[in-house]
Design a protein around this ligand. Structure first.
Ligand code: FAD
Length: 388
């Protein structure tokens, strides 16, 4: 581990002894794959059967990975982190909705969050997911240039209006807006809308940020083409760079349908692609702003190194590091301590609605075995230091 990230006292300064214990036992449980599978099935059943499990979920996984059920409830976490120099991105983590009223409700929620974060230095970004604003099948159809029925055309217009409303508001309020990346089969349509929004609202600086999932081997080409467009048309590119969260799903769909998987051939190829994109963006900060969303120490270290070599100030507004709340505090808090811009995604929402998010976290930590054992060893190191 790079020495920057070694300091567990700093990493876990906000955790009480009992929170540290909870985190340790939680990651211990999550590291057990069969247990996660059983736990997921039991929890899904209990929620559907309306069994009173919410308080149990709240006291365990929810409070570790989420800030609260409402934005107001998140404020104590937001303020505590900000005292240590770490910002928050309020992430309304209600997923998998398919109805128009729900898309409108999500839009209202994001607009409310924009009002809420305005003037709060501790929350410099707002965020939303493309599928929060429209059906995934519709994105796919548009991305494939399929002919839409007149109802679908009207539905798509409503999707476009939601983007326009939220991006315009972010621009007027001068709050940067991150737009998450999702499955590749819906992403082309989302990318086209977000590029339009950048053209319109990123004339002076990056307000609208898209996401590039660098586990996709085609993303460097996409970034370079967008760069050509940005130079020709005079807009700034805002990008969150991540590795990507849907690898198994992507590979499975490609195999089932018999097309070439969009995913890089190996973890190493993804790592290289991610680091290449970071370096490319840092080389072009005159018209780019980058949000490096990663728990990978090596990649985080490389960003810091490149910044140093190029003489980019640690707190340059065009470079951000991002991690998820409840994970990789050793990266977030140690980078913030030396003045880098760091923001943690802070998910919130009603307990039963954020369950898909929590289950993904559990599964991710189970499948990314290295990451869980690293969390465990850091927590162990800190418990030892505190003589717990
Ligand atoms: C702040 C933040 C925002 C995020 N936003 C999004 C988002 O909008 N969309 C999204 O999809 N994800 C998002 N993620 C999740 C992210 O994509 C990763 O799943 C997660 O962060 C793990 O990757 P890593 O860079 O932290 O590190 P690592 O643990 O080093 O990398 C794990 C990742 O490497 C890739 N990988 C693993 N094995 C292989 C293999 N055999 N071949 C090819 N690639 C492989 C996968 O992407 C896997 O998730 C976000 C993460 C953060 C921290």
């Amino acid at each position: 581990m790079d020495p920057i990230f070694n300091n567990t006292e700093n990493a876990f300064a906000l955790k009480t002894d009992s929170q540290l214990d909870r985190a340790y036992f939680l990651f211990k449980l999550i590291s057990n794959q069969p247990l996660v599978r059983i736990g997921t099935a039991v929890t899904n059943f209990a929620i559907k059967a309306h069994l009173p499990v919410e308080s149990l979920i709240r006291a365990t996984v929810f409070d570790h990975f989420c800030g609260g059920t409402t934005e107001e409830e998140c404020l104590s976490v937001v303020d505590n982190m900000f005292e240590k120099g770490v910002c928050s991105v309020l992430d309304y983590s209600v997923e998998g909705k398919q109805e128009e009223e729900q898309f409108d409700a999500t839009l209202e929620k994001i607009l409310k969050i924009l009002n809420f974060v305005k003037e709060r230095q501790a929350i410099p970004f707002a965020v939303f997911k493309p599928t929060g604003f429209g059906r995934i099948d519709l994105y796919e159809k548009v991305g494939n240039n399929e002919t839409l029925t007149s109802e679908e055309q009207a539905e798509w217009e409503r999707v476009l209006n939601r983007y326009e409303t939220v991006c315009k508001k972010a621009y007027e309020m001068d709050v940067a807006l991150l737009i998450d990346g999702e499955e590749s089969w819906m992403q082309d349509a989302a990318d086209a809308i977000v590029a339009d929004m950048m053209r319109k609202y990123n004339k002076e600086k990056a307000i609208v940020y898209n996401t590039l999932q660098m586990y996709r081997w085609d993303r460097m080409d996409y970034l370079k083409q967008l760069h050509i467009d940005a130079k020709a048309q005079g807009f700034h590119i805002g990008m969150k760079l991540v590795r990507g969260a849907y690898m198994e799903k992507e590979n499975k769909k490609a195999e089932d349908k018999g097309y070439k998987s969009p995913i890089c051939v190996s973890k190493e190829a993804t790592d290289e692609n991610f680091d290449t994109a970071v370096a490319y963006m840092l080389d072009n900060l005159d018209c780019m702003a980058v949000f490096a969303g990663t728990h990978n120490e090596e990649s985080s270290y490389k960003v810091a190194e490149i910044m140093k070599n190029k003489g980019v100030a640690n707190d340059d507004a065009r470079v951000w590091f991002g991690q998820l709340y409840g994970m990789s505090d050793h990266i977030s808090f140690n980078l913030a301590k030396i003045g880098y811009n760091v923001a943690k995604y802070l998910p919130f929402g009603p307990v039963r609605d954020v369950m898909p998010y929590l289950i993904r976290r559990a599964e991710e930590n189970t499948s990314v075995a290295g990451q869980t054992s690293r969390e465990l060893s850091l927590l162990k190191q800190e418990r030892k230091r505190r003589k717990i």
